[in-house]
Design a protein around this ligand. Structure first.
Ligand SMILES: Nc1ncnc2c1ncn2[C@@H]1O[C@H](COS(=O)(=O)NC(=O)C[C@H](N)c2cccc(Br)c2)[C@@H](O)[C@H]1O
Length: 530
C-alpha cells in the first residue's frame, strides 16, 4: 500500500483530487464542528465531529488494510447514509478501493446482478442491512458504530498496482435501470471532486448550516449532499428513509436537528404539503431547499413557496453520469404565468449545449434539442458495457476533431433569451400516437393547470406499431377530492388535439415512487394493465 498520507492536514493544500481528500478538507480547520448528525433512538441524535470522523476512517482503514486488497477492487456497501457508512466509503477511497453503494436490503435479483458483474472483493454491511447470501470468495464485514469487523477475509488476489490515481473509479452507482439491466455508472475521483469544486462555487451552504439528506445511499443525490455538507464544513443530517413516509415525523426530525437546508427529490414534499403544513411553516431554522431528479410540479412548488416564503429553492439538474450539472434558483415569487422552470447554466467548469438529431449544435433560443453536457465530471463509462458507454457520448459539437466527448443526457431542452436552459422532458417521452407526434410532457402540463391538480403523470400504453393510447394519473389537493375524470378530460380537450387526449384518467391519492423517490412509471403501467 502506498505511504500516501490521507488527511488534508498533512497534504499539500492544492485542489483536492481524491474523494477522501475533498470530503475531509475542512477537518483540519474545524475538527470539533459536527460533521454528521443522525437519529439515535426516539428524539435522540448522535453527533460525529470532523475529528471523530477522521478517527473512524483511520480505524476502518486499519481493518481493511490487512486484507491484501488490490487498488480498484470493488467493495459493496449495503447501508443507509450514516457516519459509519460515510467513514466506510472514505476508508475505501483512501485505500484506492471502489465502493458500490446498494442501499439496505436491495432486491435479490438486483443484488445478484450487481455482484455478478462487479465481482466484489468485499461486502460490507451497516446496521439495518439484510442477510442475503454472499458468495464464498467474497470477503464479508459489518460496521457497527465505531468498529468495522471482518467476519470472512476475501480470497487471495494478485496485486499489480502500486499507486492509486485520480482517474481510478471512486464508486460505481447502478441506475434504477428503467430499461432492463441496470447500468453501473463508473465515477472517477477526478470526476467527483471536479463536480464538488464546481458545486462549491455556488456558495450554497456555510459551516453554520445543517444539510439534511433524504436520499438513499444508492442514489448519488446522497453523495452530492455529503460533498455539499462536508466540503463546506457544515453538518450533514441523515434523515432516516422510513421517516419520509410519516410527514409529522419527517418535520420533527428537521426541527429537532435544526436543519437549515433540506435536499431531496420533489416527491418528499407531497405528504408534508398534504398533512403537515403548519409543522413545515414552523421550521424557523430552514433557509434553503434543493431538489433534483425530476420536474417539481408547479402547483406543489407554489404551495411549498407560499408556506416558506423566505426560503431559497434551488432546482438542481443533471444526470448521474456527470453527478449533476446546474443549480438554478427558483424565482421568488414564482410568476403566475411561468409554465416551465429554468435549469439555468451548468456549474462553473462545465457547459450545457443543445444538439439536433444529427449531433449538430442548436444555438437559436426556443428551438428544442437534446441537452448535452461538456464537463470534467463526466463518468468513465458504464461498468462492463462499452456499447452503452459509446452510445451515451458524442464528439464535442463545437470542436468534433478535438477528441473531447460530451454526454448525451437523453433530455430535451431549449434555451431562453439569456441562453438559460429549460428542461422539456425526456427524449423518449416523445411518442407517436396514430402517426401523430405527442409530447407526454405537454399533456402532463395541461393536467397540472386544472385547479386542484397537484401532480400528474402521463404514460403511453400499447405496442409501438399497434393501437396506442394515453393513460393519465393525477393527484389532487385534499380540498379538491371531487375532481372527476370527465372534467379533466374536458379541460384537456379545450387545449389539446384529440389524439393527445388521455383515454384513461385516474385520480390517485399519491403517485407511486421508485426507491430513489422518483415517480415509478412501471408501477403505474402495472396499475392500468392489472
Ligand atoms: N432538476 C431536474 N428537473 C427535471 N428533471 C431532472 C432534474 N434533475 C434530473 N432530472 C432527470 O433525471 C435524469 C437523471 O436521472 S439520474 O441519472 O437518475 N440522476 C438523478 O436523477 C440525480 C442526479 N445525479 C442529480 C441531479 C441534480 C442534482 C443532484 Br444533487 C443529483 C435527467 O436526465 C433528467 O431526465
Amino acid at each position: 500500500m502506498s505511504d500516501r498520507t490521507i488527511f488534508p492536514g498533512l497534504l499539500d493544500t492544492g485542489r483536492e483530487e481524491f474523494l477522501h481528500e475533498f470530503l475531509l478538507r475542512m477537518a483540519g480547520t474545524l475538527p470539533d464542528r459536527p460533521a454528521v448528525i443522525e437519529p439515535a433512538g426516539s428524539e435522540r441524535y448522535a453527533v460525529t465531529t470532523y475529528r471523530e470522523l477522521e478517527l473512524l476512517v483511520r480505524d476502518h482503514m486499519a481493518a481493511l488494510d490487512g486484507l491484501g486488497l488490490e487498488i480498484g477492487d470493488r467493495v459493496i456497501l449495503e447501508a443507509d447514509l450514516s457516519a459509519a457508512s460515510i467513514a466506510a466509503l472514505l476508508a475505501c477511497s483512501a485505500l484506492g478501493l471502489t465502493f458500490v453503494p446498494v442501499g439496505t436490503r436491495p432486491p435479490e435479483q438486483r443484488l445478484a446482478s450487481i455482484m455478478r458483474t462487479t465481482e466484489p472483493a468485499l461486502y460490507l454491511r451497516c446496521p439495518g442491512a439484510g442477510d442475503a447470501d454472499i458468495p464464498s470468495g467474497v470477503g464479508l464485514g459489518h460496521i457497527e458504530g465505531p468498529s468495522l469487523t471482518i467476519e470472512r477475509a476475501p480470497a487471495d488476489r494478485a496485486r499489480r498496482r502500486r499507486e492509486p490515481t485520480v482517474t481510478d473509479p471512486a464508486y460505481v452507482i447502478f441506475t434504477s435501470g428503467t430499461t432492463g439491466r441496470p447500468k453501473g455508472v463508473v465515477m472517477s475521483h477526478r470526476a467527483v471532486t471536479s463536480f464538488y469544486h464546481g458545486m462549491m462555487a455556488q456558495r450554497l451552504v456555510t459551516p453554520d448550516d445543517r444539510v439534511a439528506n433524504t436520499s438513499p445511499l444508492q442514489f448519488d443525490f446522497s453523495l452530492i449532499n455529503v460533498g455539499l455538507a462536508l466540503g463546506s464544513g457544515a453538518a450533514l443530517v441523515t434523515v432516516p428513509p422510513e421517516s419520509l413516509r410519516w410527514p409529522r415525523r419527517f418535520v420533527r426530525v428537521l426541527k429537532e436537528t435544526g436543519a437549515t437546508q433540506v435536499n431531496g427529490v420533489p416527491s418528499i414534499w407531497r405528504p408534508v404539503l398534504r398533512h403537515e403544513q403548519q409543522g413545515l411553516a414552523d421550521l424557523d431554522r430552514l433557509r434553503g431547499i434543493l431538489f433534483c431528479g425530476e420536474d417539481f410540479p408547479l402547483p406543489e412548488l407554489r404551495h411549498l413557496r407560499a408556506l416558506l416564503p423566505g426560503v431559497r429553492v434551488t432546482n438542481c439538474y443533471g444526470s448521474t453520469e456527470s453527478m449533476a450539472c446546474s443549480f438554478e434558483e427558483v424565482p421568488n415569487p414564482l410568476p403566475a404565468d411561468v409554465k416551465r422552470l429554468s435549469i439555468g447554466f451548468a456549474h462553473k467548469g462545465a457547459e450545457m449545449l443543445l444538439v439536433d438529431e444529427a449531433g449538430r449544435l442548436i444555438e437559436r433560443p426556443g428551438l428544442v434539442g437534446e441537452i448535452v453536457v461538456r464537463s470534467p465530471a463526466l463518468f468513465t463509462g458504464y461498468w462492463d458495457d462499452p456499447d452503452a458507454t459509446r452510445a451515451a457520448l458524442l464528439p464535442d459539437p463545437v470542436s468534433p476533431r478535438s477528441g473531447q466527448v460530451v454526454l448525451r443526457t437523453g433530455d430535451l431542452g431549449h434555451t431562453g433569451q439569456r441562453g438559460e436552459m429549460y428542461f422539456c422532458g425526456r427524449a423518449d417521452s416523445q411518442v407517436q400516437i396514430r402517426g401523430n407526434r405527442v409530447e407526454l410532457d405537454e399533456v402532463r402540463h395541461r393536467l397540472l393547470e386544472f385547479p386542484g391538480v397537484m401532480a400528474a403523470e402521463v404514460l403511453v400504453l400499447g405496442p409501438a406499431d399497434g393501437d396506442r393510447r394515453l393513460s393519465a394519473f393525477v393527484v389532487v389537493s385534499a380540498r379538491s377530492t371531487d375532481v372527476g375524470a370527465a372534467e379533466l378530460r374536458a379541460h384537456c380537450a379545450q387545449a389539446l388535439p384529440t389524439y393527445m387526449l388521455p383515454s384513461e384518467l385516474r385520480v390517485l391519492d399519491a403517485l407511486p415512487t421508485t426507491p430513489n423517490g422518483k415517480t415509478d412509471r412501471e408501477s403505474l403501467v402495472a396499475l392500468v394493465s392489472g
